[in-house]
Write a protein that binds this ligand. Structure first.
Ligand SMILES: Nc1ncnc2c1ncn2[C@@H]1O[C@H](COP(=O)(O)OP(=O)(O)OP(=O)(O)O)[C@@H](O)[C@H]1O
Ligand SMILES: [Mg+2]
Length: 332
């Protein structure tokens, strides 16, 4: 059995239909109409112990809704979820012992209390033994630098501090599974890097299974071997990130500045995908033609004053998949 098993998962929300105008408002009072919103249509995947998986997709794809079903906050409309052998929504308390959760958008800590008190409350809630609590706190103080703000109320923490406090708190009871929903959102470059290092260490040293949702492809690339890509509530890819890079990363763009740009340019083996002033962007597949072949070709008709070759990073690959779907790249 895998540590996480999701099968045919669905979630629909009923959203009250709002009518406009005074009469509309009256009608809505008497008889409410609902629109069905299918947030998660049909999602299946399994995750093995110790894996760190990127769960990604555009805004509104259904990522947070999935995570909420895995944590037991939401009840699925159909399908099955098993987290460490437990059905989360039927057994929220048991499930809570096995999972740590961080929603980057919202803190799980008590807003008005000094940060340390949230930790102490969680210690009591999860019945963390004194010795273990101390050990964990020592580690988190050291790696997450909690010391500098433990006595500050959560509401006064900076975003980066709050995120560090949240992730520390989520791991206080040594859960084997960690759900991170946008744990680096809004953090500066340095704070992001620290957060990534911490997540990596937790995964490596404690063999914690991690599901990570983020819009930052650098998070995914640095932390995960595997990604599950979803769109409109459905899974569109599940596999190695390297394989996606291999498949989509063959495309290169040659950017050339031409001396006589008014003279028409023809290239074979590549596609002029953009032009601006003297500059031309030529997309090509590096398996079919090399940049130098293209350059030789162009220089037969034009003087090139400057050139660069752009390689796609995972960020641009993913954004293309969002826009064009998961099809083979098109080119001449
Ligand atoms: N409680 C709710 N009631 C009604 N609709 C909801 C609710 N929660 C989510 N939705 C809708 O379900 C869809 C999926 O939302 P979800 O929050 O899972 O997306 P997401 O992938 O996490 O997006 P983002 O990247 O913006 O965080 C959206 O269209 C959203 O408006
Ligand atoms: Mg979300």
């Amino acid at each position: 059995m895998s540590i996480i098993e999701v099968n045919g998962l669905q979630k629909e929300f009923l959203i009250a239909k709002r009518e406009t105008g005074f009469m509309g408002a009256l009608r809505s009072l008497v008889k409410r109409e609902f629109i069905k919103k299918e947030a998660v249509k049909d999602i299946s995947f399994t995750i093995e112990k110790g894996e760190m998986v990127g769960y990604i997709g555009p805004n509104g794809a259904g990522k947070s809704t999935t995570i909420k079903m895995l944590t037991g906050i939401l009840v699925p409309s159909a399908g099955n979820v098993l987290v460490n052998g437990i059905i989360p929504y039927e057994n929220r308390q048991e499930n809570a012992k096995n999972i740590g959760v961080v929603f980057g958008q919202r803190t799980q800590l008590w807003w008005d209390l000094p940060t340390i008190e949230s930790f102490e409350l969680l210690k009591a809630i999860y019945r963390v033994p004194d010795q273990r609590y101390k050990e964990n706190m020592d580690i988190f103080k050291e790696i997450l630098g909690l010391d500098e703000f433990l006595n500050t109320p959560v509401r006064q923490l900076s975003l980066g501090q709050r995120m560090r406090a949240d992730i520390g708190a989520s791991l206080l009871h040594d859960p084997p599974i960690l759900f991170l929903d946008e744990p680096t959102i809004g953090l500066d470059v340095v704070a992001k890097e620290k957060m990534r290092t911490f997540i990596q260490e937790i995964n490596r040293e404690r063999n914690v299974t991690v599901i990570l949702t983020t819009h930052d492809m650098e998070d995914i690339e640095k932390l995960c071997k595997r990604m599950v890509l979803i769109d409109h509530g459905q899974k569109v890819y599940d596999g190695e990130i390297l394989a996606v890079k291999e498949r989509f990363g063959k495309m290169r763009t040659l950017v050339v500045d031409l001396e006589e740009a008014q003279k028409p340019l023809y290239v074979s083996g590549g596609e002029i995908c953009k032009q601006e002033g003297n500059r031309r962007w030529i997309r090509f597949n590096r398996d079919e033609i090399s940049a130098s072949e293209l350059i030789t070709q162009i220089s037969q008709t034009h003087n090139i004053t400057d050139l660069t070759v752009e390689e796609p990073d995972i960020e641009s690959i993913i954004s293309r998949i969002y826009q064009e779907g998961f099809t083979e790249p098109q080119f001449v």
